[in-house]
Design a protein around this ligand. Structure first.
Ligand code: C2O
Ligand code: CU
Ligand code: CU
Length: 526
């Protein structure tokens, strides 16, 4: 569905109301668009430079433990997003996106998260208990941001992140039970980069390695974020932000750049493409490098998916503006400017060709455990239906409430430790898509409706787009840790109501679990 501001103006009544009334509607964005900002406060396209979030510096370890130590504080903050107004946000260190954490493979870290948020959300009133999930990390269950492992106001929790996996783009975001959507939407989200030798050898680094966190938002007339999830179906804003800035523009040299594209929108999915239809080379998926780079002209990108892409700007003349656009997908709500994301201005600046992949696209990359698995390795196949039952979203009939009611014991599946299994997820609805996320594992997409996955999906994944009428088959190994982990839809209003379940690796019902996700290492007052 496309709702055009121009169409709404015509229908809503230039003729009917008459010219005298025009001064009133023209001062505001149309009611048919979700933002109610005055036009002078509605952001212009390509008017602000792309901001790059700061990289978090480690701190001295408070207790002599050797692993690198970081701290972030969740606080209310204020952001300059729409011209002329301040937008109250919640952020890690008060900013959105939060600070990027950049680490090396083999370097375990601890991250202390301090909750200094207001007790109640200033706009929506819920209690601001939080749980921090590092999405893309095989963390122990008690450090995985389990939805009910909550950190209350004035408490803190020190998370342990192992960083033994291959290089990848991860992100940390709030995962508080029933409030993940509003908390992440308010700003509790940030990228986390895990580097290794393969990626340093093959892909652009430093200022040519650029995070792009894409979100959408809607604003009230006073600049505050507004929230409308259409009866828990999803939120589709009319303003597109990249790294927290509306439709920004980035100046680029005529060489290859690497972009870490994270869709941190709580519901919206995108179909990204460049203006002019130019090629984009996908080199990494959620779980890191693909075996072979894939060149595409557009790709479908749901919430929480990460695609690392390379764009060769030497193919464009200096002075060219290349837009990153959104061709959209079924069951999104589009507005006048949601087809635009950001722009790259190709400059005549001297070209720095130092470092890997500055001028030549890499082709063969590296294998990974997930992509080396064979379907014949699987010892079990399980099938799960994603659907709406009586106004509640469910995974094979299970909700998170069922898990809570069972004292966190009820599970959707109980694979053996190190078992390889095939999990298939079926969405037989034509009315919605579900970005399905499985914690702990990296999986390989075997098929979608019996066909090969899209070329850009041929890498290790932890979120899969389960589109309308689609069934996906996923192959994965339940390695690294035993314990209980969440599996859920990453359309966050779906997740919160109540499309989330859990699975247990390596335990039988009643076994003692030293890594209990709620009780093993709870938050403390500090
Ligand atoms: Cu990105 Cu369970 O979440
Ligand atoms: Cu996750
Ligand atoms: Cu969903």
């Amino acid at each position: 569905m496309t709702i055009s501001r121009r169409t709404a103006l015509q229908v809503g009544g230039i003729g009917a109301i008459g010219a005298a009334a025009l001064t009133v509607p023209l001062t505001q964005a149309q009611a048919s668009t979700p933002s109610t900002l005055a036009l002078r406060n509605f952001p212009k396209r390509f008017a602000v430079p792309l901001p790059i979030p700061p990289v978090l510096a480690p701190k001295p370890s408070p207790d002599g433990q050797t692993s690198t130590y970081y701290e972030v504080t969740e606080t209310a903050g204020s952001a300059a997003i729409v011209p002329g107004l301040n937008t109250p946000i919640l952020g890690y260190n008060g900013i959105f996106p939060g600070p990027t954490i950049s680490v090396n493979k083999g370097e375990p870290i601890r991250l202390k998260v301090r909750n200094r948020l207001p007790l109640f959300h200033p706009s929506w009133g819920h209690v601001l208990d939080t749980s921090t999930h590092l999405h893309g990390s095989a963390s122990l269950p008690q450090y995985d941001g389990y939805a009910n492992d909550l950190t209350a106001k004035d408490q803190s929790k020190t998370y342990h992140y192992p960083n033994f996996q291959p290089a990848r783009t991860l992100w940390y975001h709030d995962h508080a039970v029933h409030n993940t959507a509003q908390n992440a939407y308010s700003g509790l989200a940030a990228q986390y980069h895990l580097h290794d030798d393969d990626e340093r050898r093959l892909l652009p680094q430093g200022k040519f390695d650029v995070p792009l966190t894409v979100t959408d938002a809607m604003f009230s007339a006073n600049g505050k974020l507004s929230y409308d999830d259409k009866t828990q179906s999803g939120l589709w804003g009319d303003v597109i932000l990249v790294n927290g800035a509306p439709w920004p523009v980035m100046r680029v040299q005529r060489r290859i750049y690497r972009f870490r594209v994270l869709n941190a929108s709580i519901s919206r999915s995108y179909r990204f493409a460049l203006s002019g239809g130019g090629p984009v080379t996908v080199v990494a998926t959620d779980g890191g490098l693909m075996p072979v780079a894939q060149t595409v002209t557009s790709w479908r990108h749901a919430g929480a998916e990460r695609y690392e892409i390379l764009i060769d700007f030497s193919k464009y003349a200096a002075g060219t503006r290349v837009e990153l656009r959104n061709l959209s997908n079924k069951n999104n709500i589009d507005f006048d400017y949601t087809g635009k994301v950001m722009a790259f201005d190709v400059t005549a600046d001297p070209v720095d060709t130092s470092g890997p992949a500055a001028t030549v696209m890499p082709t063969t990359l590296v294998p990974s455990t997930a992509m080396s698995l064979k379907a014949s390795d699987a010892v079990k196949t399980r099938h799960f239906r994603l659907k709406r039952d009586l106004n509640i979203w469910t995974i094979d009939g299970m909700t998170w409430e069922d898990v809570v009611d069972s004292e966190y014991q009820k599970v959707l599946a109980d694979p053996d430790y190190n078992a390889v299994e095939i999990w298939s997820f079926e969405n037989s609805s034509g009315g919605w898509y579900h970005p399905l996320h499985i914690h702990l594992v990296d999986f390989q997409i075997l098929s979608r409706n019996g066909r090969a996955p899209f070329p850009y999906e041929k890498g290790p994944k932890d979120v899969v787009y389960v589109g309308e009428g689609e069934t996906v088959r996923l192959l994965m190994k339940f390695e690294h840790h035993k314990g209980r982990y969440m599996v859920h839809c990453h359309n966050l209003p779906h997740e919160d109501h109540d499309m989330m379940a859990q699975f247990s690796v390596g335990y039988d019902a009643g076994d003692y679990d030293a890594n209990d996700p709620v009780y093993a290492d709870p938050a403390k007052y500090d």
